[in-house]
Design a protein around this ligand. Structure first.
Ligand code: ARG
Length: 414
């Protein structure tokens, strides 16, 4: 028999009891049956609630049991996700590429961590997930399991079973697995949580096709958004959003309400070409109404309270943070080193930011902070400005430009 390509992959004889990360969709439903047949193993199903809009977790749990799971668990991890994963991302202004706020990349390490915990509690030897071999999610989940639980093994049936979407649908029919919408048309590949939603597949793979309307399930299309703008005010404390329009809210509820405002006004549609870690370039359609408002609001407040040096430096660390998280290295110590910096840099990020929402745009219009490194009188165009001596400026310019002027002379004097 051939050796597994990685030490953490399970050999068939290792597999007795499997913790399956179960979404209730086609892939993981087929997996639930297939694992029982293929390995003669028991399956414990785990579904993690990260705030997927409109999901009925009782139905998902019932479906797992009806497909033969010996146990089916649903864990509500919204609060932990918001506090321990989304908040650090806000502090780090986390965007990958030109507009991906990392919601999936942030969710995977938490999902895999919860799988490890439940696998240990329920005596499972193996964790199974439904990721394909082409994406980033396999990297995020497997590196988490291998890091946190070297004693557990992994199987990834979708990567190895070589069934296409149609064969899976046929398998489902044969084994009495209910399929949403009859699976006549291959569905988009969706992933979502309270920080955003992604769609892949179908026409999205054709770069010459503009987004078709049926892909948008959260955000109102900008052309249909209200003709009246709406300005919302977000209050931050040490980089954490704490209140909306003067009302203090729990984090999950705040994220929810900001998302709702964004959705109404067509905010947060991103059509993104992405460099995956596994080499491929892929197009994703994202709907990120909460992130498209909160990230710019946070970044604006941070700029206001930071010095020029802090602001320039942090941008570089922000990029590194986003890349580590995108690339599935949540547990890498550099990420927590960077988090310590992010925390320090956010200690003064307190204040209020007004954001005007209108037909797809979210624009910062007001700013207020007790820590602003800003003095309206100094900056004033109308006043000569007490402490700021304009007479001193020429001396500054002379010294500031000294090396550049000398170099110019040297290079142009021959
Ligand atoms: N491209 C994004 C990422 O790599 C989103 C992936 C969505 N995952 C999915 N299984 N549909 O993080």
């Amino acid at each position: 028999m051939t050796e597994p390509t990685a030490t953490y992959l399970a050999r068939p004889e290792d597999v007795q009891r499997v913790l399956l990360l179960y979404s209730g969709g086609l892939d993981t439903s087929v997996m639930l049956k297939w694992i029982q047949d293929e390995y003669q193993a028991e399956v414990v199903a785990l579904t993690v609630n990260l705030g997927q809009p409109g999901e009925d977790y009782d139905v998902v749990r019932g479906k797992a049991l009806s497909l033969g799971a010996v146990e089916a668990h649903v864990v509500d991890a919204r609060e932990e996700f918001a506090r321990e994963y989304v908040v650090p991302a806000i502090r780090a202004n986390a965007i990958y590429g030109l507009g991906y706020p990392l919601f999936t990349a942030l969710g995977r390490p938490l999902i895999a961590k919860l799988a490890v915990e439940l696998a240990r509690q329920t005596g499972c030897d193996t964790i199974a997930h439904g990721c394909t071999g082409k994406g980033n999610d396999q990297v995020r989940i497997e590196s988490t399991v291998a890091t946190l639980a070297p004693e557990l093994k992994v199987i990834a049936p979708v990567r190895s079973w070589k069934m296409g979407r149609n064969e899976e649908a046929a398998y489902a029919r044969e084994h009495g697995i209910p399929v949403k919408g009859g699976a006549e048309v291959a569905p988009y590949s969706i992933d979502d949580n309270l920080w955003g939603r992604s769609s892949e597949g179908r026409w999205i793979e054709d770069l010459s096709v503009a987004p078709q309307e049926d892909v948008f399930q959260l955000v109102t299309r900008p052309e249909l958004a209200p003709d009246e703008p709406e300005t919302i005010e977000i209050e931050f404390e040490a980089g954490v959003p704490v209140a909306l329009d003067g009302t203090r809210l729990g984090l999950v509820e705040l994220l929810d309400r900001v998302a709702a405002a964004g959705m109404r006004h067509g905010v947060g549609i991103v059509d993104h070409i992405e460099d995956r870690i596994v080499g491929l370039k892929v197009r994703d359609i994202y709907e990120v109404p909460a992130a498209a408002i909160l990230l710019p609001a946070h970044a604006e407040l941070e700029r206001l309270v930071g010095t020029i040096h802090q602001n320039q430096f942090k941008t570089m660390l922000d990029q590194k943070w986003a890349y580590l998280v995108y690339a599935g290295l949540w547990w890498e110590p550099l990420r927590s080193d960077l988090d310590a910096y992010m925390l320090a840099a956010n200690s003064q990020v307190t204040g209020r930011i007004g954001v005007k929402l209108f037909k797809g745009s979210a624009r910062v219009v007001t700013r207020q902070s007790p820590y602003a490194v800003y003095d309206a009188q100094l900056a004033s165009f109308a006043e000569s400005g007490g402490l700021f001596s304009q007479e001193a400026s020429p001396g500054f310019i002379e010294l500031w430009s000294l090396q550049s002027r000398m170099a110019w002379q040297v290079r142009n004097s021959r």
